[in-house]
Design a protein around this ligand. Sequence first.
Ligand code: ADP
Ligand code: MG
Length: 585
Amino acid sequence: MPEIKILPEEVISKIAAGEVIERPASVLKELIENSLDAGASKIEIDIRKAGRGLIRVHDDGRGMDREDLRLALGRHATSKLNVFEDIYSLATFGFRGEALYSVFAVSRLKLTSFRAGADSGYTLEGEGGKVAAELPAPPVKGTTIEAADLFFNTPARAKFMKSDAAERAQLIRTVEEAALANLGVSFRLGIDGAEILSLPALPGGLWENLKNRAASIFGKTIYAGLARVEGKAAGMAVYGLISRPDALSATRANQHFFVNRRPVNSALLRQAFYRGYGHMLTGRHPACALFVELDPGAFDANIHPQKRDVKFSGENEIFKTVSNTVYEELLSKQIAAVTLAAPDGENKFSAPDVPAYRESAAPPPLSAETGSLFGEPAAAMQPSAPADWRGHDLVFMGQLAKSYLLFECEAGLLVVDQHAAQERVLFEKYLDEFSRGAIKVQPLLVPLETELSRSQMETVLKWRDWLKIAGFEIDQRGPAVALLRATPALFYFTQPAFAEFLGYLAEVLGEPEKAAEDLKRNIIATMACKKSIKAHDFVKPQEAMRLMEDLKKTRDGYHCPHGRPTLFHLSGADIARRFQRSSAL
Ligand code: ADP
Ligand code: MG
């Protein structure tokens, strides 16, 4: 008996499917690309049960006749590639001829299509890669594909699915990116019967459509902070919408990069984009829909079966062009007159003032996400404090620059960053209340309101009960508007702070890797107290003393929750040395 066996076709097809189709969003991406390749001007998508129940894509493209319909479901069937060299030109999206075959292998598929001139439309039905029926269908322009019960015959893969909320968020993002990349095509997305996105293609030019879509996809708050950029160099063009430096967010959830109108993941592009902002980022993140147009021969998008990663041939040129475009448009020209919120240009950005409470020196918050890729590294300041300052009597001497509190301590000087210290105190109080299950909640007289992207909204809603335990009462109003009705009594939120906070939460909570309860609680506490502190407050002597009493009781009085020092001490000897005295005072 030979030990080596040839795998049955059925098994081979399932293995191939695994490469192309990881999750519902990859099915959707392939189907949308096929519709776009077919010249569709309208694509309608319906999803049920986070894509596991049904993914239905209807387009008004050129359709298939009976013969093509049969061929389309076979392996390596494609109408888009004649010679191998074509692989290097990306005029169309798909060319592996594997998508339909793979989707068919792991679902119950119904494929209906009509091509102009044919005597009738046709429907093919089947499951697990086997056609069960072929029927005539009405002559409706275009193609409808319904993939139901995804992974019904590959339970192992089904198990790797993330939560419904995570899958839905990814499905929404897939449509959002397709819609940003194809402004001339109308998109509609419904999930479980509710309309999630409706993005008609309007007459009007590229910018008008891009702005319109950005407004729906990013939500009002982020949209209002966007500016338009455009640049050309070295045979490439870069353009799009990017955040003004005074309108950054806490997360990078709203960054979309495209190469030749295809959504890509590219560390190179992201880094070039960040570099363009130079020092303006201060640990925060710009949103963007940034498009790079290149000669199709200058990059390769086929290194990954799902075609999200790209490899460029002239990396340096691309890096330079992208970062220069961003930098020049944004910083040198100070966004001359093109902020979207104020088309007449009165709303120019001004360099953010650098308060004594310097965010830019902050190491990243507790999340694994790092801040600016190119920001200066956090200064390695070691606070020098007498080991037992907690045990000493402190005499309040005054406030410096409305930011630092000065105390006499053991014949030396204790300098306290009032904001960092207050953050530390609030942080520990909050965690303490949380672990006792006794968060004091304060209802807001006027609820704060913010608009989120649909995928962020999904995540927030999923965590609503948990957030309530954490002291945040959040409601939904309208498909993408979140309302903050109550907060922990310790924290004070402004509307922009709430918008940023929620965007940040949506990202953290949406990532299962960061699912550990206490990690989330920590992140929430960190974010919440960061939002609650106002720089440049006058502090009365009693308040200063009170703060120090509170700080004494904390577990780590030396650092704020972001890791910056809260205080340093100049001993009598330090001071004497400065005056070249041999002995202390
Ligand atoms: P590829 O897109 O790589 O060619 P697919 O498996 O995705 O491979 O599709 C196979 C073929 O089926 C395509 O080349 C195209 O001719 C046809 N096809 C698929 N979807 C559509 C559609 N929505 N409209 C028209 N033709 C389609
Ligand atoms: Mg395809």
